[in-house]
Each structure stands twice: as structure tokens, then as C-alpha cells.
Ligand binder design. Sequence first.
Ligand code: ZN
Length: 198
Amino acid sequence: MNLYGGQVNKLIEELESLPGIGSKSAQRLAFHLIGLPEEKVNRIANSMIEARKNVRYCSCCCTLTDKEICPVCANKSRDQGTIMVVESPRDLAAYEKTGRYEGVYHVLHGAISPMMGIGPGDIKLKELITRLEGDVNEVIIATNSSLEGETTAMYISKLIKPTGIKVSRIASGVPVGGDLEYIDEVTLFRALEGRVVL
Ligand code: ZN
């Protein structure tokens, strides 16, 4: 039933297509947006457009950034020889929140999943291997403890071991299948400290 005319429905539809937004939330957001001052709505819309246009992968660690090199990679006080491999920029953010990791990251943008047809070539693995030609002391694999995360961890460790670079895996204690971003900082830090050499 078209209660409000096409434009309101269109807005609700677009919002509803976003992850985690059901039809009720979409409706609530739509009415909220319509009730805002026009200039505020322009700011929100522009920040979406600008981010979409300018955000790209860090040329070093592949996280999202609007710079050539992200702030973590550019930070000279970070230990550039320790690379933590994570699945997504959200996982990176979760570890940054602990405030206690001093190395740098590598973001895979996914995990190997034979069931979903995602192979090693579909994630940012080549980029990681290229980085290992530099001065690297340790690679800490912090993929999720899901089946895909474990498969990816195993694949990476097999790839790196022949190079002689130390490879470790964050400790279990991170709930199985748990997305890293939902785990509290203390648990994450313990998982990092308790990592085991593979
Ligand atoms: Zn970076």
C-alpha cells in the first residue's frame, strides 16, 4: 500500500537494502531523515558520496583509508616487523581498541571458503606475501575462529613457514565462530598474548 507517495517509499526501500536494517528501522530512519534540516541531510549524503569516492585500500596493509598509506602503516613508532593478519578492517579496529598492540596489520578482506567458492586468489594474500620480502620478524594470524578463519590460518602458515619467518596464531578463547569485532578488548588482548607459534 502506498501511503506516502513514491519518494518516501523509495527512501525506505533504499535504507532497507542496507545490512542490519529491517523494514521497521528503515521506516524509522526515513522519517527521521525527512524531519532533519536540509543542510544536515546534505552533510550525511555528501559524507557517503565522498567516502565512496575517496576511500581505497592502503597500499601497504590493504585496510580502508583515504590516504595512500593508512595511519597505522605510516606511524613510525609502530613495529613494522610484526604483522597481524585479520579478515576485515573491523577486526583491525577491534585490536586497535585494545590500545596494546604495537605492530602493524594486514587485512585480507575475507577468508578462504571452498564452500562459497572463495579461494586464496580472492583475498589479499598476494599482497601479504609481497610484504614478507621486506624486514618481517613475525606474522600473527588473527583470522576468526570459524571454519573459514581456521582454513585461512592453516593455508597462510603453510605458505610462510618455508620462509623461516615466525608464524603464530592467536590463542583460542576467542569464541568459535565469533566475529572478532564483538569480543571485548581484554579477551582480545589475552588471545594475542597467548598466541602460539605454529
Ligand atoms: Zn596500512
